[in-house]
Design a protein around this ligand. Structure first.
Ligand code: FES
Length: 611
């Protein structure tokens, strides 16, 4: 029997792959993987993601479920999903577009876990044009990107390089460049209500070259989303103050700090991707969020938006960047706001649903993002339901007696052991230095262990009658427990007021999970995977998280920590335009469940306030 071959072409290479016998039943994507040519099968070969699209240039393939045969007709090369087709006893010639090539497997990056693969298809690209291409540059560029291109600006006859940007669902040509830049960079930003994280990323490799995190400076004006919306409703001046607080006082400062510390030229930045809750994105864009403050909670915009940096007064290029020594790019790079699902399920969640892999999980599975709001998405089969609950900033360390973000000097874990001589308390400090404060993961440890050791009552008060000189009145914050000492023997304490805030936060999230699951007729024990996301990073102790009551009724082997998935989605969608498509799809597919309309929620919340 004649051995069949696949002739496999990309934009830069062509190779022949001999096909061993016995592969007839396997999907084409699997045959290619076994031949060391992996496609970007990020949905696991379930026909959901279009990461495995290839052009069939010659030969015949068979659809796996319908049995239908497909071949090129005249010069048309059909675009087919490799995961949905098997061989049909012919040689094949395939053209694989860049966006279907696997660039990176799932991995842990920075303080998040990326559970899906990606291709190398950044949303900003420098493309070369040959003199022949200039006869019909639109067709040439469309062929290069293997995607539709919006009408082109007029190009001079000597143009050799143009900048292209993905504007979802088409590409736009921004204009000519002097020459291809050496190392274009993108910026991924997560705007949390309490904290903001910035990553500077090489678009060609995905390497993170600089990063910074800090508190959202809007905190000075209002703690939570609703307070900030109300400020805009009652005082029209507040919108611009809140925009300045996030754009200039927070992001611009963090970005300049990250660039300076890494000695990176600011004129190498080609584009920025921003994820965040819907209110944060409105305030960042300078759009009044007031309609989200009252029923029916309508967001003025949810869709993917692109703004020039200058439009929001985000400025990080040095004044001489316009001299353009590196052939770069723009002194006014575009800012992409990722698409949101609803007023209270924002782009932070749509980004997380994709980067965590929930979108490709048949479930029943849950995605829970613990932040100032707790957002929850339940997935079963192809359907997703989402909801949000106001948790307050306690787990992010804000408004706590000694709270801080996870970083150098933060107590990240607490271990309490009963010994003959009393309660022994050990702490783990990030950076192994003297502690300066306490971050969310340690507060979760404390809730679980202080209750188990008898230090706290079920209502979160220090038990009366315990003789322990680490418990003492603490200013006007009630009783406090000293868990460690910092510089100058400064006590690092957790007060009853802190515990009350933590209990409110955990009750809001736990009640949100239970009420949503009741609505969709699911129970904790039936959940296959619970993806736990949040600024806690990857370091929560899962057993303590369950014992604290934050995840009521779950087992440790159901829980997977995925870290800051909002930032992960912003990062991934810089590097793979297909991820941006997927986030846009998720934004449209999540069905909203309103907890405030559910009579069970209030009762459940009150029950969950206990330890
Ligand atoms: S792997 Fe084929 S569609 Fe996702």
């Amino acid at each position: 029997m004649k051995q069949l071959t696949i002739t496999l072409s990309t934009s830069s290479t062509t190779q022949q792959i001999p096909l061993p016998n016995g592969l007839a039943r396997l999907p084409l994507s699997e045959i290619l993987r076994r031949s060391s040519f992996s496609l970007n099968t990020r949905c696991g070969g379930r026909g959901l993601c279009d990461g495995c699209l290839v052009h069939l240039q010659s030969g015949t393939l068979r659809h796996r479920t319908t049995g239908q045969l497909i071949s090129p007709i005249r010069s048309e090369s059909p675009l087919i999903r490799a995961c949905e087709h098997t061989l049909a006893d012919t040689d094949l010639a395939l053209l694989v577009p860049a966006r279907s090539l696997l660039a990176y497997e799932p991995q842990v990056v920075s303080n998040f876990k990326v559970n899906i693969s990606r291709s190398n298809n950044p949303i900003w690209q420098a493309l070369s044009l040959s003199p022949a291409d200039l006869a019909d540059p639109a067709s040439a560029l469309s062929a290069h990107l293997d995607a539709p291109v919006a009408p082109l600006p007029n190009l001079a006859p000597n143009t050799t390089t143009v900048a292209a940007e993905y504007t979802c669902p088409t590409w736009s040509i921004l204009g000519p460049l002097d020459h291809a830049p050496a190392n274009p960079l993108g910026v991924a930003i997560d705007i949390g209500t309490t904290t903001v994280a910035v990553l500077v990323v090489e678009l060609a490799t995905g390497k993170i070259v600089a990063s910074a995190t800090g508190f959202n400076r809007q905190m000075h004006l209002g703690d939570d989303v609703l307070t900030r919306i109300n400020l805009c409703t009652t005082d029209k001046q507040m919108l611009s103050r809140l925009q300045t607080a996030i754009v200039k006082d927070t992001i611009e400062r963090l970005l300049l700090k990250a660039l300076k510390e890494s000695s990176i030229a600011d004129d190498q930045i080609a584009c920025l991707n921003v994820a965040g809750n819907t209110t944060m994105l409105h305030l960042f864009a300078g759009v009044d969020p007031s309609p989200m403050g009252f029923s029916p909670f309508t967001a003025p915009f949810l869709e993917h938006r692109i703004l020039p940096s200058s439009k929001i007064h985000l400025k990080f290029s040095s004044p001489d960047a316009s001299t353009n020594t590196n052939g770069i790019i723009s002194t006014d790079p575009a800012v992409h706001l990722l698409p949101s699902a609803a007023a209270y399920v924002g782009a932070d969640i749509t980004a997380g649903v994709v980067s965590s892999g929930l979108v490709y999980d048949d479930g029943p599975s849950l995605f829970v993002d613990v932040g100032t709001n707790g957002e929850i998405v339940f997935k079963q089969g192809k359907k997703m339901w989402g909801t949000a609950t106001a948790a307050g900033p306690a787990f992010e360390g804000s408004r706590m007696a000694c709270g801080m973000r996870a970083g150098q000097g933060a107590v990240s874990h607490i271990k309490m052991t009963r010994t003959d001589s009393g309660l022994k308390v050990d702490v783990e400090v990030i950076g192994n230095v003297k502690p300066t404060g306490i971050c969310g993961s340690a507060y979760v440890d404390f809730l679980a262990q202080a209750r188990e050791s008898g230090l706290l009552s079920p209502s979160g008060r220090f038990q009366s009658g315990i003789a322990d000189d680490r418990i003492a009145p603490c200013r006007d914050l009630g009783q406090g427990f000293t868990i460690a000492h910092g510089h100058g023997h400064e006590p690092i304490i957790i007060t009853e007021g802190d515990v009350a805030s933590l209990l409110q936060a955990k009750a809001a999230i736990a009640a949100g999970i239970l009420t949503l699951m009741r609505k969709v007729h699911a129970a904790p024990e039936s959940i296959k995977t619970l993806y736990l996301a949040g600024g806690f990073g990857m370091h929560l102790n899962i057993a303590n998280t369950i014992r604290s009551g934050l995840l009521p009724g779950f087992r440790a082997n159901q829980v997977q920590l995925v870290g800051n998935t909002s930032l992960a989605g912003a990062y991934l969608s810089l590097l793979d335009a297909g991820v941006l498509d997927e986030i846009a799809r998720v934004a449209k597919e999540i069905e909203m469940v309103e907890l405030n309309l559910d009579p069970d929620f209030e009762d459940c919340y009150i029950d969950q306030l206990m330890l």
